[in-house]
Design a protein around this ligand. Structure first.
Ligand SMILES: NC(=O)c1ccc[n+]([C@@H]2O[C@H](COP(=O)([O-])OP(=O)(O)OC[C@H]3O[C@@H](n4cnc5c(N)ncnc54)[C@H](O)[C@@H]3O)[C@@H](O)[C@H]2O)c1
Length: 462
């Protein structure tokens, strides 16, 4: 018996009346990001009809940050959260109390007046609403990492191809023009020569004390929060220093709901590292992964033995091998950022700086004017970072171009993060067949390419 009653489905073709938004921007593909004030998106779109109606699925911290970034162009008309307090607060603070608030996100998917969807649920709740939203005819900005497993990624790519929906993944570093995009342009222009190593330092996860079972808050539908994952008790502890839980925000430190830092930050920095390799001509692989990880609990057969405390990796060091001897290092160290090493020099880039001798050399030998635009696939380049990432998404919704963080490039690199997670949990090296998207000669590891969905929370329509 389904615990997830399905609202009736209607043909959900997206209204076109609101798509006039950004009409002025389609001809501005190569406008540099710093000239937005005069030529690109207007700070405030002019009339109600220029704006997009957006539905929010998961009204937590990240959705709030994203709506602040996109507020000049969207009106929040519907919000879904399994925590009624969060839905109500989001409505009051970000939608002026005007949105409809639901517990079940499928009510949003069946509304014809919702143009675009934003998914900012915890990671275990990305694939199902994303696939169902695409099938309902919606374009989606979905937070990273798109999946908990490699097989979920195969499904998302298939449905995206089948439906042709526009999906932007929330990896906003790809729209940070003065840092990451500039670094990618330097790689593409050969300023580092042949890249032989990229290193992503992404930090380790925190530990927790044992977290006791606790009464589920009256405003939280815990069964729906768990959704496709196994039914377990709600846990909460405040030891006077901080709160610990297996729910809001802290879900990141449980493999049941996340990949820990390997996907939480891996989705950002492994993405940049992979992008650099691809721009340098390394389009095949990886071939496998070597290394090890430390966890705060004992693991048996890839599963944590203790179930009452955080279990994701606190320390790790992995080497991902690519054809031709190129390596990607993924490590927990605190020098958060990406080091790109080539035979002509090396650069380091993170959210605060882009440094290295090849950067200094730009003073005498600057990049060609269109270098950034070319790595940004010729898409309009306005604003910077998260706001730019939203502008990119909404521009693409209008133009039907593939956005800069498309599901295909995202899953390509997320496969590496997931492989690291499987290697970490099993405690052994893995060989990877990138063409077949299978682990070679390891049945137990291959079984971890997918996860079972709890009855009542299966993905609908596939
Ligand atoms: N791009 C970035 O830099 C960045 C930064 C932070 C977080 N994120 C991502 O954003 C996502 C959300 O993170 P967060 O920190 O906001 O988490 P959060 O726990 O604060 O918020 C998630 C919200 O989703 C709700 N939710 C859970 N299941 C739901 C369901 N089935 N339907 C509707 N609502 C549901 C929860 O009740 C909660 O309010 C994560 O995937 C995270 O990786 C991205």
């Amino acid at each position: 018996m389904s615990t997830d009653p399905s609202p009736s489905r209607q043909n959900n073709s997206v209204s076109t009346s609101r798509r006039r938004f950004l009409a002025t921007t389609s001809a501005l593909a190569a406008v540099p990001y710093f000239s937005w004030q005069t030529r690109g998106l207007t700070q405030e779109t002019r009339s109600k009809n220029d704006r997009f109606n957006i539905g929010i699925i998961g009204a937590g911290g990240m959705a709030g940050g994203n709506m602040n970034a996109a507020k000049d162009w969207v009106d929040i008309v519907a919000i879904a959260d399994v925590d009624a307090n969060r839905g109500a607060k989001f409505n009051a603070n970000l939608a002026g109390g005007k949105a409809d608030v639901y517990e079940d996100y499928r009510h949003i998917l069946e509304r014809d007046d919702v143009d675009v969807i934003h998914i900012a649920t915890p990671d275990h709740w990305h694939t199902k609403p994303l696939v169902e939203a695409m099938l309902a005819g919606k374009d989606v900005y979905c937070e990273k990492p798109l999946t908990l497993t490699i097989d979920e990624g195969k499904l998302i790519r298939r449905i995206q191809k089948q439906t042709g929906r526009i999906v932007q993944v929330g990896t906003q570093q790809r729209s940070t023009f003065n840092l990451f995009v500039k670094a990618m342009a330097m790689v593409a222009e050969g300023r580092l020569g042949r890249i032989h190593r990229v290193s992503a330092a992404i930090g380790g996860a925190p530990t927790s004390p044992p977290i006791p079972e606790a009464e589920v808050p009256a405003h939280l539908n815990w069964d729906r929060w768990l959704g496709p994952t196994p039914q377990v008790p709600y846990r909460y502890l405040n030891n006077g220093k901080r709160g610990y839980t297996n729910c809001h925000y802290e879900f990141r430190w449980w493999y049941e709901y996340s990949g820990g830092k390997l996907t939480d930050w891996g989705a950002h920095h492994v993405d940049i590292a992979t992008w650099a390799l691809q721009l340098n001509g390394q389009t095949e692989g990886p071939l496998g992964i070597r290394g090890s990880a430390e966890h705060p609990v004992e693991f048996k057969d890839g599963m944590p033995v203790q179930n009452d405390r955080y279990n994701t990796a606190t320390k790790f060091l992995f080497t991902v091998d690519f054809p031709g001897g190129t390596e990607m290092i993924i490590r927990h160290d605190t020098d958060n950022g990406v080091l790109i090493e080539g035979d002509k020099g090396r650069i380091f880039v993170n959210r605060g700086k882009l440094v290295g001798a090849p950067v200094d050399a730009l003073q005498d030998d600057p990049l060609p004017e269109d270098a950034l635009s070319r790595v940004y696939k010729g898409l309009p380049m306005e604003y910077n970072e998260r706001k730019a990432h939203w502008a990119c998404f909404l521009n693409c919704v209008k133009s039907r171009q593939e956005p800069i963080s498309d599901v295909h490039s995202h899953m390509n690199m997320l496969n590496t993060c997931h492989l690291a997670g499987i290697a970490a949990r099993l405690g052994r090296d893995l060989k990877w067949d990138a063409a077949k998207e299978e682990i070679v000669g390891d049945e137990q590891a291959n079984a971890m390419l997918s996860r079972p969905y709890r009855a009542g929370y299966e993905i609908e329509g596939v």
